[in-house]
Write a protein that binds this ligand. Structure first.
Ligand code: BDR
Ligand code: CA
Length: 310
């Protein structure tokens, strides 16, 4: 099994990524850390606790991560995820406690106590991971790699150039992309192809459990924002960072040298990929560019069904 630490800003697609991670026999989830992003840290932490309660995986350590980016002013995404960060269906009240340590310190502890290197799976702004790397550079050897949702070689979504997670904390992203650690990047190039159609929502709902109804309602809520932009389905971004570890065979991946723009009049937060090898630099990331969409949807439906059986 691959040991992982999840780190996100739930967020409907973060929640589905975590659901998938816990349902994947390939993964051993060692801990979860929240970060401000889609909503305030208070809200994303509350959502983390509600998701863990809903999934019934209460034994996993949870900690509250960074309340704001390293340098930048906070940005939230209420237009996408609602004011709570996880609007839509009613959820059970949180019935799990937080570890007292800050998120980056829980990560450090989990890395130290692991017998083997651990993958980090951030699906929000990269503030916690950067904080960990800056505070504990000696723990890099304990990190197997970073499988992240963020960026986009060919476009942004929050600005024309920048994807939301990288735009919120470009300085943190720069720490991550210059860390020398193995990076799997699931950016918009692939996640915009990882869309889930209304007919797929009904496949999820047809699983027939209360959890399936909640996930179908999450997908409906998340889709509403995108439908207004002209999408045929919901681009369910964050679970692709999980799939990159569990089912890499359904992704098309290209090694690329990727730099994060931290200045730029129009392009702060862009992930600049050296597609033509112009820099002469060696690749620092394996960038996912394509996905077998049907296989992806099947994995999500199977993951929802897993809880019904379990
Ligand atoms: C990313 O931004 C958030 O709204 C989603 O949760 C995802 O992590 C997509 O740009
Ligand atoms: Ca997210």
């Amino acid at each position: 099994m691959i040991p992982v630490i999840l780190d996100g800003d739930p967020g409907h697609d973060d929640a589905i990524a975590w659901l998938l991670a816990f349902a994947s026999p390939e993964l051993d989830v060692r801990g979860i850390v929240s970060v401000a992003g889609n909503a305030s840290l208070e809200n994303t932490t509350h959502n983390m606790r509600r998701i863990v309660t809903l999934l019934g995986v209460g034994g996993v350590p949870l900690a509250q991560g960074a309340a704001r980016p390293l340098v930048a002013q906070a940005i939230v995404a209420h237009s996408v995820h609602g004011t709570s960060g996880l609007d839509g269906p009613a959820l059970p009240e949180a019935a799990v406690d937080l570890d007292a340590r800050p998120g980056a310190e829980l990560m450090a502890h989990l890395l130290r106590e692991s017998a083997e290197p651990v993958w980090l799976v951030p699906t929000g702004p990269l503030t916690n991971v950067a904080t960990l790397l800056l505070a504990h550079p000696e723990l890099k050897a304990r990190i197997a790699g970073i499988s992240l949702m963020g960026g986009g070689i060919h476009s942004g979504n929050w600005t024309p150039a920048a994807e939301f997670n990288i735009l919120v904390d470009p300085e943190a992203a720069q720490v991550v992309f210059t860390s020398g650690l193995p990076i799997l990047m699931a950016g918009l190039d692939v996640t915009e192809k990882a869309y889930v159609l209304p007919a797929d929502f009904e496949r999820v709902r047809a699983v027939g459990t209360p959890l399936a109804g909640i996930v179908a309602d999450w997908l409906e809520f998340f889709f509403a924002y995108h439908r207004d932009l002209g999408y045929a389905g919901a681009p369910v971004h964050d679970p692709v960072a999980v799939v990159a570890l569990t089912h890499p065979e359904i992704l098309e991946v290209q090694p690329l040298y990727v730099q994060v723009e931290t200045t730029g009049e129009y392009s702060r937060g862009a992930t600049v990929g050296d597609v033509f090898g112009a820099s002469g630099e060696l690749p620092n990331a394996r960038v996912a560019l394509g996905i077998d969409r049907q296989a992806y949807v099947d994995l999500l439906v199977d993951a929802v069904a897993h809880y019904g059986r379990g």
